[in-house]
Each structure stands twice: as structure tokens, then as C-alpha cells.
Design a binder for this molecule. Sequence first.
Ligand SMILES: *Cc1c(COP(=O)(O)O)cnc(C)c1O
Length: 465
Amino acid sequence: MNHDELREWSKRAADWAHEYHANLRDRPVRPRVVPGATAARLPTHAPEEPEPLERIVADFEAIVPAAMTHWQHPRFFAYFPANAAPASMLAEQLANAIAAQAMLWQTSPAASEMEAVMVGWLRDALGLAPHFRGTIHDTATTATLCAVLTMRELATAHQGNEEGLRGQPTLRIYASSQAHSSIDKAVRLAGIGQANLVKVATDAQDALDPEALEAAIRADLDAGHRPAGVVLCTGGTSVGACDPIAASVAVAKSHGLYVHLDAAWAGSAMICPEFRGLWAGVDGADSVVVNPHKWLGVQFDCSVQFLADPVPQVRTLGLRPDYLRTLEHPSEGEDAVIDYNEWTIPLGRRFRALKLWFTLRAYGLEGLRQRIRDHVAWARELAQEVAAIPGVEVVTQPALSLFTFASSAGDEATEALLRKVNDDGRIYLTQTRHHGRFVIRVQVGQFDCTRDDVMSVAEVLRELA
Ligand SMILES: *Cc1c(COP(=O)(O)O)cnc(C)c1O
């Protein structure tokens, strides 16, 4: 295949994509396939000779779509959304055409500079204070790992990187029991250890209790441990828990601790001023992660980490060997430009800022706000409808656009109901546990969903419950 053929096939791919999207509602959201079915349809070895594109594309059409879960389906209410607004898809096509590797300013001047400007646009759109700068990662998991590594290095006077953790006091990180598993992963990977992630008690609303945080830190200090940082959440993945940010930051700062806020999902909603009370005090955090690839419509992957002061993180992660130095502009000095690889873990980076630029411009903040407001209003309306279904109870009320429900007949009945709903295929829901109880999550957030799509959840439940 050459670039002339690419041109033709790209047009056909665009037509295919249009058709696919137009008919999504006719497909089950989750495929009816058994494990191993796709692998069994693929040859076990790569071909020695080139194959014609006709055949490759025909196989794609025959094998792939029917065995995919359709994340862009307007009746996808599982997990959190991974929206891909058309404007962001177009930007990805263009970024793919250039196919740059944006590790250094000089390997991608426009990508690097646009990244800084887009972080600024988003910061202002979310109502964050103007001192925040930041970078775009692949995922929130990476951003949180970067923050936890920075906590480790600040707590060890940068000896962790140099000497390892041997001989250091036991480092302690604090988060609530509602914190996402990416926090657990980060403390493991950072060499701090799962046992040193202190899960702080929460209140009746599943929010971290600042007094319990204070007590946990004091107990660790008395035990000779070294507190290193606090990870808070706004919009926990399970039921949408929101920690009291201002009070928790005050406790952390009174002990000189670094604070990272995980707002991977709910952060997008902060483009609407009326929701900002959920993270009041956010400007006191050192690091904040928001995933525009969830609720803002920017195609996966696009996770923005805001940093009050990038220096500790760059000092933790940055390495500048001779072969990565920028030599072109000695008069302005090496620090006149940002080499974003120094702000994150991988050296190689994609040009992610382009899709943020396209998305924010093509819908405007007002267009994006309207979607989020609709989703929140429809989720509230749906929760009332679900509560009225006999034999079904709403367990947690809508946190923004996420709520949970369960069968009144217990966990087994709830699990059976969830299986029935997902085998049916018209909608897709997933589960979590709330205080030990098996509950079904509903989140409203798909970019193209309508009020009818959302209300169809109640319709399906009335039929199947
Ligand atoms: C989705 C989510 C994550 C993980 O996001 P990735 O970008 O997939 O790593 C972490 N925390 C919260 C609160 C989330 O909603």
C-alpha cells in the first residue's frame, strides 16, 4: 500500500465510519460474543506475501464491528463515557497524517506550543486559578503516578530517584476508600507499597473525613513514619463521591504535604460554574487531573494534569541526556522552550493538543456546557423514574449524572437483573459495590445521547425487572 492508495481508502474509511455511526442504535451496545471467538477467526501467523487491501478491509468488516463494545453508542451508560466528538475524530485524522513524535519542542514545535495554550484554555474554562500550568498525558493513571512519584521525591529530598528507598523512613500516602484503583497502582509502582496507602474514613456521603485525615497523619508521625502526600477525589468512579477539598487541603498543608486531586470524570463538568462547589478549594491543590476524553468529547486519549508548580514534577521525571538537548536556539537558552517528555513518564508522545483545540472550537464552551447540563438533568429525571419501578430501589442519588440502584430482593437478584439487561443489548450498564451491597451504576454522558435514549433505561428496566 502506498500514499495514493491511502487517499482512496481513507475516503472509503470515512464512508464506512459514517455508516457505522448512523446505524449504531441498531446494534446491541455490547456484542454477543464468547471469549476466544475473535482469536479463532484470525490466522495464527503473519502472511509472508502482501495481501490486497480489499481483502483486509472485508475481513475487518466481517470480524471486528460485531465483536466490539460500542462506546459511541448513544445508549452506553456503563463505566464512564469515552466520548469521541466528530471534531476530535477529525483532529486525530490530521494528527495521524503528520504522525509526529512530540517528545521535544524541536521534534514538534506546533504540538508543544499548542499543548501549553490548550492547558491554559481548559484551566480558564474550568475556573481554575491562573497560576496552574500543565501537560496532556494518555490517561489519569499516568498523571496520578507522576503526582505520587513527585510526592515520593519531595518527601525524600530527591533521594528516592538517586539512592532508592532503602534507609528512608516509611512513606505514607493518604486517600479515601472511594479513591480509584489507579491510586493503589501508583503507590505500588512508586515503591511506596500498598500497605502504606492509608485509606481514610469517609462520612455518610462517602466523602473523606478531614478530621480522620488529621488523626491518621498524626498517628503516622507518632509511629515515626513520613507522610508524603494526599490524593483527593472529586467524582469517585464507584458512586461519584466528592471529598471536601478545602478542608482536606488545609489539613494536608498544615503538615506540608503535596496534594493531588483526581477529578478524571467530574472535572469536565466544571466548565459549568454551577457545579464548581463540588471542588471548592481546588486552587489549593498542587496537582489536578481531568480527563477531557471522558465527558468533554475529546477522543481518547487525552488526560490533562494541572500543576500549581511544575518544577517538583519535572525534577522528578525529567532527564536530559546529550542526545535529547535542544541546540537550535542557544541565544534563548534551553529553558525558553518546553520539552514535555520531562513532565511525564514516556519519552515518546502523541500530538494530543490538536483534538482539544478542534473540540473546544467546534462546539464552543457553551455547546459543551449544554450537553453536560442536559446529562445531569436527564440523570436526575431517570433516577426518579427508576425509583418508581416496583422491586427496584435507588441506592445512591445522582452525583452529577451518576446514580446507582439495586433490586429490593438482594444482591443475587440485582446481579441477575444486570445480566438480563446486558444480554438484552438495548442499553449497557455496569456494577459496583456500595457499603458491601451489589448495585448497578447508571451514568449519563454519551456525547450524542438524547433524552429518549436516557429514558429508555427505565423502559428496559420496567420490562426486565
Ligand atoms: C476514569 C477514572 C480514572 C482512570 O482513568 P484513566 O484515564 O483510564 O487512567 C481515575 N480516576 C477516576 C475518578 C476516574 O473516573
